[in-house]
Write a protein that binds this ligand. Structure first.
Ligand SMILES: NC(=O)c1ccc[n+]([C@@H]2O[C@H](COP(=O)([O-])OP(=O)(O)OC[C@H]3O[C@@H](n4cnc5c(N)ncnc54)[C@H](O)[C@@H]3O)[C@@H](O)[C@H]2O)c1
Ligand SMILES: N[C@H](CO)Cc1c[nH]c[nH+]1
Ligand SMILES: [Zn+2]
Length: 439
């Protein structure tokens, strides 16, 4: 039996595939050709600087003049070229994303406590100094990505946020992406795409100091560049091509489930979309609805291959099995369309973001209207990581202040441990305190 992506053999006896993916293997997460290309590009950019950036900007994106910084007035004016309803929708998405991030910020509190008599310890959240945000605009200009990266960094209090976005076929930045960056509070915006953009921000090649962290999703080259630059700079997470999964029972609306599966299949022909259902009838209805809806979509050349090759419909015997296989899949986006949504909410452990009930569709979050961040872990990363949030830009810095009277509480045990390890210089720092305390 062909197993759908990441539904491992561990659960093979707990489900039946009503629709198997068309290809045996899941999309390669780390294509050797991509690894090699990115490694060569980063090495050339690190050693040759702007010459290599210009060369790649020209050969990959047709930018004959290299990266262009857009002036603040030009960035602000990008909204004038947009229809009023789009401008207002961008402003609403930026504001709602900011409000959700502000709620997250309010729940991260500094503290100082007395851990033992005379031993004061504390933690305070301090933002990183400079962030470089990648604003993808290859296959589609993903307008809302700026809310998620730039806007949230600004809520965290990051003083400097640079952004890079690839040129469109006319050589200019996309106006909606530029305006979204503007209303999100970008400090400096450049027209530059892909690996060369991330390297330029990380190595400080844009007439600005190197950033401390690079954030934002992109294609396989962008994700690999972030992975290889990690260490030189921090990264948010590895967010690759989007994916969606749905848990549905017999009460679900098959048309809505089908629409939401295709909604994310649109990201690319390797985007996985999976339905796990306790109802065989619902599963078969969704398969039929997907085929019907595909015929009506202008992007069926992307959604169709994605569904054919990487789409799956899985029938399980119980809600417990639905949770077990879904926690194994650990999808980026997970929708629950059942009569027991609250039970699933309590039971599920592995997902990037959860959408509860028929009325909660992924696109609401994708476009910034739900306020939650759409930069989320893919390819099973939700087993160990959460999506981008305000806390990623904040360092929980710890400190301690020890009063004289607390000295014996700390120093005697430190002497014992240090002596047992043979670390006499460590031991001496404690012994000195004990002596002056006594004396
Ligand atoms: N997981 C998430 O949270 C999340 C969020 C938003 C977007 N995404 C994903 O981001 C991706 C956006 O990808 P995109 O391609 O549309 O835009 P993109 O902006 O990521 O990539 C465009 C750039 O890719 C570079 N490039 C293209 N071919 C290359 C090659 N052969 N070698 C080296 N570099 C090359 C070019 O320089 C170009 O500027 C989608 O897959 C989408 O699903 C994911
Ligand atoms: N689904 C993507 C990652 O969560 C985000 C997005 C924006 N626009 C469309 N989709
Ligand atoms: Zn999407």
């Amino acid at each position: 039996m062909k197993l759908s992506h990441r539904f491992t053999t561990a659960f093979a006896d707990r489900f039946t595939l009503l629709k198997a993916p068309g290809v045996d293997a899941p999309p390669a997460q780390r294509d050797p050709e991509v690894i090699e290309t990115v490694s060569r590009m980063l090495s050339e950019i690190e050693h040759q600087g702007m010459d290599a950036i210009r060369r790649y900007a020209s050969s990959l994106d047709g930018q004959s003049d290299g990266p262009v910084e857009l002036g603040a007035a030009e960035v602000a004016r990008s909204g004038d070229r947009l229809p009023k309803d789009l401008r207002e929708a961008i402003e609403l998405g930026a504001e709602r994303t900011r409000r959700f991030a502000a709620l997250q910020r309010a729940h991260l509190t500094d503290f100082e406590e007395e851990l033992a008599p005379g031993l004061l310890v504390g933690q305070r959240y301090v933002p990183v100094g400079a962030v470089g945000a990648y604003l993808p605009a290859g296959r589609f200009p993903l307008t809302a990505s700026a809310f998620m990266t730039v806007g949230v960094a600004k809520v965290a209090g990051v003083p400097t946020v640079l952004g890079c976005t690839p040129p469109q076929p006319d050589g200019r930045a996309n106006d909606a992406v530029t305006y979204a960056a503007h209303v999100s509070g970008i400090d400096h915006l450049y027209v530059l795409g892909g690996v060369q953009a991330l390297a330029a921000m990380a190595f400080g090649l844009l007439d600005r100091a190197p950033v401390d962290m690079i954030v934002g999703a992109g294609n396989a080259y962008v994700a690999e560049a972030k992975r290889q630059l990690f260490g030189t700079v921090a990264i948010d997470l590895l967010a690759g091509p989007s994916e969606v999964a749905v848990i549905a029972d017999e009460t679900a609306d098959a048309e809505a489930v089908a629409a939401d599966l295709l909604g994310q299949a649109e990201h690319g022909p390797t985007s996985p979309a999976a339905l796990v259902t306790t109802s065989e009838q619902l599963g078969r209805d969704v398969i039929a609805a997907v085929e019907r809806q595909l015929a009506t979509l202008s992007t069926r050349d992307i959604c169709g291959p994605a569904w054919r090759d990487h789409g799956s419909v899985v029938l399980v015997g119980s809600r417990e099995d639905a949770v077990a296989v879904m926690d194994e899949f650990a999808p980026e986006h997970l929708e629950v369309h059942t009569a027991e949504d609250d039970w699933y909410h309590d039971a599920l452990r592995n997902y990037g973001s959860l959408f509860l009930g028929h009325w909660s569709t992924v696109a609401y979050s994708d476009k910034g209207m739900a306020g939650t961040n759409h930069t989320l872990p893919t390819a099973g990363g939700a087993k160990h990581s959460a999506g981008l949030s305000v806390s990623r830009y904040l360092k929980p810095l710890t400190y301690q202040r020890v009063a004289r009277e607390a000295t014996p509480l700390l120093a005697e045990a430190v002497e014992v441990i240090s002596a047992s390890e043979g670390m006499s210089a460590h031991e001496a720092t404690a012994t000195l305190r004990l002596r002056t305390y006594a004396g």
